[in-house]
Design a protein around this ligand. Sequence first.
Ligand code: FES
Length: 479
Amino acid sequence: MNKPARMSTMPRDGTTSLVSGEARCPAPSVQEIIRSDAKPAPAVLTHEHYEFLGDADIPVARYTSAIFFEREMELIWPKTWQWACRDEHIPEAGDYYVYEVGPFSIIVVRQRDESVKAFVNSCLHRGTKLRPCEGEGHARELRCPYHGWTWALDGGLKKVPCAWDFPHVDPESYHLPEVATGRWGGFVFVNLDPDAKPLEDYLGVLPDHFADWGLEERYVDLHMAKELPCNWKTAQEAFLESYHVLETHPQLMAGVGDANVQYDCYGDHVSRFYAAGGVNSPHMEEQLSEQELVNMMLVGDRSVLDDMNVGEGETARIVMARFLRRTLGEKYGTDLSRFSDSEMIDTIEYHLFPNMVLFPGLSLPMVYRFRPIGMDPNRTLFEILFLRPLPDDRDPPEPAQVFHVKEEESYSIVPGMDPAFGAVYDQDTNNLRSQQKGYLNALHSGRKTGQTLGNYQEVRIRHFNATIDKYLAGEAIVP
Ligand code: FES
């Protein structure tokens, strides 16, 4: 793909720039919007980091081809860091969590010294999975269900039934194959690559950006999973841009700056979008007043309208952030006074290659994960987690169990999911099904076999695909 190495800062006069990647929606930028906030945004939110990455089409065969998928399975999934579970899934020695992606299965085990080790989840006798499927459990040792070969929690071979028949099995060389582990933000990461660089290097700017967002001090309040009828990249790319809101989610336009979202890319592994809340969409023909914006956002809670008047010099964002700081703080039993207006009300979304999406904000505290299912390029497991702040004066709640939603079922049936929010994900699923079928149609009809991306609003999709290309080509990766 084309990749001129050029950073851009840009005029916002509404004219079309002749320089590729420099045109922007003429509405106020996120940076201009947050400058009027009462509680200023932290430094990590007050810069832009866009780079024009070219404008060539992305071939749709990447999303359908079994050969391309097999190359990803060979060169991406066993070479990258992926989060397997949260620390709180395995609090005690002997607690384990099985993480699966494509054909790979890894068992993550809490050790007696509170550290974490991970192993390939296959018996060294005749290959049987030591634990049959994904999920958490507890064991004093890892015993194969077939013939009973047994390993200690640290992976050392402990017992071979009828050992007299295996004089050629040296316990030293029958240690369970270890998988690299790392921990960040309350997540346990694994990497199958024996030569993996440390997780800290891979994460790039994330530890710095998330230093004050304390993901390790949050808990899993909701965890749902759904199989999607599309490639893992198709699914993920739907959440990397806000360009589709106008057509797919028109109900979201009042109160969200969709066309003027900020997009940033950092190194090869991290990108971000930053959408201002409490403002009019630039697409709205009739712009609401600041008070009307507040009234509209509180449509489900009119009882509080009396003390939600927009004061002199205030904006809807300031009033809404103040309201959320108070009400969410009370709801979660924690003090949110340190958070800026932006952190309270905006949609801030980071992507970590290959399959993690993180929202550090307080009102939309999601984590997404996208995984290929088995060796099928047309099926993806999509998970949504809500990470809520830990209460100040209570024990941490147990992490929520995974709630599985069938493909034809609405996200709205998930306990704890706002039905209106679930309806937004339903709209996305409908698109994904049509898009995956549309790829095949495009390929077979042979007329247009590439995706054409916007230079700015869809730059994260290009960034994501550029990183895929680097892994497939064995090129150096920039954290
Ligand atoms: Fe595991 Fe035989 S396959 S003990």
